[in-house]
Design a binder for this molecule. Structure first.
Ligand code: ADP
Ligand code: ZN
Ligand code: ZN
Length: 781
């Protein structure tokens, strides 16, 4: 027998595969995981190739320690995805592939336990009838067990033991009675469509799809298996608006790859379109999988609840979430459910775009414009762009939804590459878009009108009116903390971070000064450290200060703040948002966390503070971002039929951006901004990449970039690439490290990519900096 070798991708910056010998014990195939020795450690790698020859001399060749057989191999599509991402974003294959896997799979010692079959006790109909009488009222622990089983339908052994120490013996006894069944779900096993789905489809519960459209529908053997939970019979589904119906039809009729840009104003019912598209898909192909991406972890519960309610007839494991807030074990389980095809709807944040989905047939990216889809460290990928790539590669439809599409996507639609679907009105009858009023702060001042701590008279009056009417208000400003600056009037001292070239932010509840760039913290000084003046004062306003002001300026109002500080504890954001939904809050103050996607039913007023700073940013995308944020936050007002109002405090009431906002005119804003971008030759009309360098001194970082720029002359394709001067970054120093960047761009994506590929090895040869990285399609410049 000829010797066998595997080429393995490892999580290592060298863009190469590593060869290992593989003995007869193992039958490796591409897409399988192996445990291999690397240096003095054992690491997990991904088999990319199985071959019979290698260039590595035999004495240096090491052997595979273990092969993970329980986990089905990753598909060719997934391997192609990570290979594409690695290539496009200029990283090593293993650096992309391995971090995309759940932690538990990357540790060979945990393979056995992770992939052990999952046993669950399931309540049978006979049990739900018999148990309430069979368990004596005094036996509280047993009653708890029975109740939990009744509520959840199934329990794992661990869950059961947590309720009652002798739970397993009891459950086994109930199995004998025929009240409970023990299901064994092979974690690594393939999976066929659940019987529930087939039954469901015949019952019509998935919504309005025609019989004719469901050729693969029936499987006679499951006819007896009628789902019990028919929560969504067609009659209880909302009647689609005409625009929604057109969108749903277009998605249903898509054959093969099609990119839809679902441009729907806030509250137009984009979620309902996604739900129908999912229902259509699962009705036609019960074994199919759909990937739904949302920009924020905080939005997953709202979507998950909507999906679970609509698809209540599916087993729990058919809908899973993937995001960084999950405990490691749960993330691994959910990832495996997706990988084995047991999960049909995978809902997640950007990292979910790298999930293994062997039956992927529909991709949805909600709020596709959101910058959160861009990963900002490590592999700096755009989840939206990769989502489109996956759909294209699999020849399936992708739906990009937004009230304010990114100009990149809008431009694709202008050129006919994406199909535009428009929802121009709110879905709920009577709900109209809010009226937007600009409050001219200069004029307020000239006329000597009273304001309290930066909150203008008209805004305060409007807040008080809402309180009287029992309606909710939302106050939005994109700055957390109490005040962005603490300074001394007498000598001009300003509290700065000793490690960064940045001011530190005053956090009043924590009585601390905190650097938002490196996390440095100090107590608030009693007096100016330079001159001893005790009158040091906070300058400017953050969410904490506005919260404090509102509590006194709007007497009787229950004020709640939601921002990164108030939601640091896991799960706390969820609790705070529930308070808002439950009506326990009158005024919600917060950062962009409150602006996105939430369907607040009782908010009728939105106040916007401090938006002006973004109007004059050096970043050409700042106005696009500001416009999207303001449209989003305005969209929280007046969703359920209450007339909504948006008040924007500004010094520039005549600015075109605010005028477009007041008219809800995304199209006008996009058209004029795109034409400016075209004149200035900015993205999407050119493609960009950023080389960033971090050095002990700014000179070192700049020198590295200048050398890097010089090497470009040796690359032929760089003729078509423009190289800008190396410049310090806006916050030059973070954690004592100095940072600078070099922008390169080209009208040809191909020329830029070819240049970056040729450049990488040259960059690796350069010395003098601590770190450098390349970012393709950067969002922040
Ligand atoms: P968007 O995501 O476009 O901002 P949502 O999907 O949150 O909007 O929908 C806004 C509200 O409209 C939700 O409360 C939703 O239940 C409701 N809705 C959606 N479609 C319909 C419809 N066809 N008829 C009635 N209400 C609808
Ligand atoms: Zn001083
Ligand atoms: Zn700092």
């Amino acid at each position: 027998m000829s010797p066998r070798f595997v080429r393995v991708a490892l999580d290592h910056p060298l863009p190469t595969l590593f060869d290992y010998r593989c003995d007869e014990r193992f039958a490796p195939a591409p897409g399988m995981l192996v445990a291999v020795p690397f240096g003095k450690r054992q690491v997990v790698g991904l088999v990319c190739e199985v071959t019979t020859d290698t260039d590595v001399p035999p004495e240096r060749l090491r052997a595979v320690d273990d092969l993970c057989v329980a986990c089905p191999p990753l598909s060719a599509h997934w391997l192609a995805l990570v290979a594409f991402a690695a290539d496009y974003y200029q990283r090593g294959l293993g650096e992309v592939a391995l971090p995309a896997l759940p932690q538990a799979l990357r540790d060979a010692s945990r393979w056995a336990r992770l992939l052990a079959p999952d046993e669950r006790y399931r309540l049978l109909p006979a049990g739900s009838i018999a148990l309430p009488d069979a368990v004596p009222a005094r036996a509280t622990a047993l009653r708890r067990l029975a109740a939990a089983l009744g509520e959840a339908g199934t329990l794992s052994a661990a869950e059961a033991r947590a309720l009652h120490p002798k739970a397993i013996a009891t459950l086994d006894a109930w199995c004998t009675e025929g009240w409970v069944a023990l299901d064994v779900i092979e974690a690594g096993a393939g999976y066929s469509a659940p019987a529930e789905l087939n039954a469901l489809q015949r019952s019509g519960a998935l919504g309005a799809m025609q019989e004719a459209n469901t050729p693969t529908a029936t499987n006679a053997s499951t006819a007896a298996n009628t789902p019990t939970a028919q929560l969504n019979t067609p009659s209880t589904l909302p009647t689609l608006t005409d625009e929604q119906a057109t969108a749903v039809d277009a998605i249903r009729e898509a054959e093969g790859f099609a990119s839809f840009l679902l441009h729907g104003v806030t509250g137009s019912g984009k979620t309902e379109v996604y739900l129908r598209a999912l229902a259509d898909l699962l009705a036609r192909r019960p074994d199919a999988q759909a990937l739904v991406l949302v920009p924020e972890i905080n939005l997953t519960p709202q979507f998950e609840a909507a999906f679970r309610a609509r698809f209540a007839m599916l087993p729990d494991s058919a809908i899973v979430t993937l995001h960084s807030g999950l405990a490691e074990g749960e993330r691994a389980r959910n990832w495996l459910a997706a990988h084995t095809g047991r999960a049909h709807i995978v809902l997640g944040t950007r990292l979910a775009v790298l999930a293994s989905l062997p039956k992927l047939a529909l991709v949805v990216v909600d709020e596709e414009h959101d910058p959160a889809y861009k990963q900002q460290e490590g592999l700096r990928y755009s989840a939206r762009d990769l989502a489109v790539w996956r759909a294209k590669q699999l020849d399936v439809p992708v739906v990009l939804g937004s009230a304010t599409p990114s100009l990149e996507s809008w431009w694709q639609a202008d050129q006919g590459r994406y199909r535009r679907l428009t929802l121009s009105r709110r879905a709920v009858a009577d709900a109209v878009l809010p009226s937007v009023r600009l409050i001219d702060l200069e004029e307020e001042r000239r006329r000597g009108r009273a304001s309290v701590e930066g909150l203008s008279g008209p805004l305060l009056a409007a807040l008080r009116t809402r309180l009287e009417r029992g309606e909710q208000s939302l106050v939005f400003l994109n700055r957390r903390g109490y005040a962005p600056v603490l300074s001394c009037d007498a000598c001009g001292w300003v509290a700065g971070c000793p490690r960064c070239s940045a001011y530190v932010v005053l956090h009043k509840p924590e009585r601390a000064l905190r650097c938002h760039h490196c996390g440095w913290e100090a107590r608030i000084p009693r007096a100016c450290p330079d001159c001893g003046n005790v009158d040091i004062a906070p300058l400017g306003r953050g969410t904490q200060r506005v919260e404090e002001t509102l509590a006194t300026a709007v007497p009787g109002a229950r004020v709640l703040r939601i921002d990164a500080d108030s939601t640091r504890r896991k799960g706390s954001a969820q609790a705070l948002f529930s308070d808002v939904h439950a009506g326990e809050v009158d005024i919600l103050v917060g950062t962009q966390m409150i602006a996105k996607g939430h369907d607040f039913q009782r908010v009728s007023l939105v106040g916007v503070l401090n938006a002006d700073t973004a109007l004059f940013s050096h970043d050409f995308r700042a106005s696009e971002r500001l416009f999207a944020q303001l449209m989003q936050v305005s969209g929280r007002a007046g969703r359920a039929g209450l007339p909504g109002e948006v008040l924007v405090q500004t010094r520039y009431p005549r600015h075109a951006l605010y005028h477009a906002l007041a008219r809800h005119d995304y199209v006008g804003f996009a058209t004029s901004t795109l034409s400016e971008r075209r004149d200035a030759q900015l993205p999407p009309f050119v493609y960009q990449a950023l080389l960033r360098a971090e050095g002990r001194t700014l000179e070192a970082a700049l020198a590295f970039l200048q050398q890097a720029a010089a090497t470009l002359t040796e690359i032929p394709s760089a003729e078509r690439v423009t190289v800008y001067d190396a410049v310090p970054m806006t916050i030059v120093k973070v954690m004592h490290v100095h940072r600078a960047q070099l922008l390169v761009e080209s009208a040809s994506r191909g020329a830029l990519q070819a240049t970056l590929h040729a450049w990488q090895p040259m960059l690796r040869a350069l010395k003098g900096v601590l770190r450098w990285n390349l970012e393709v399609d950067p969002l922040d410049i």
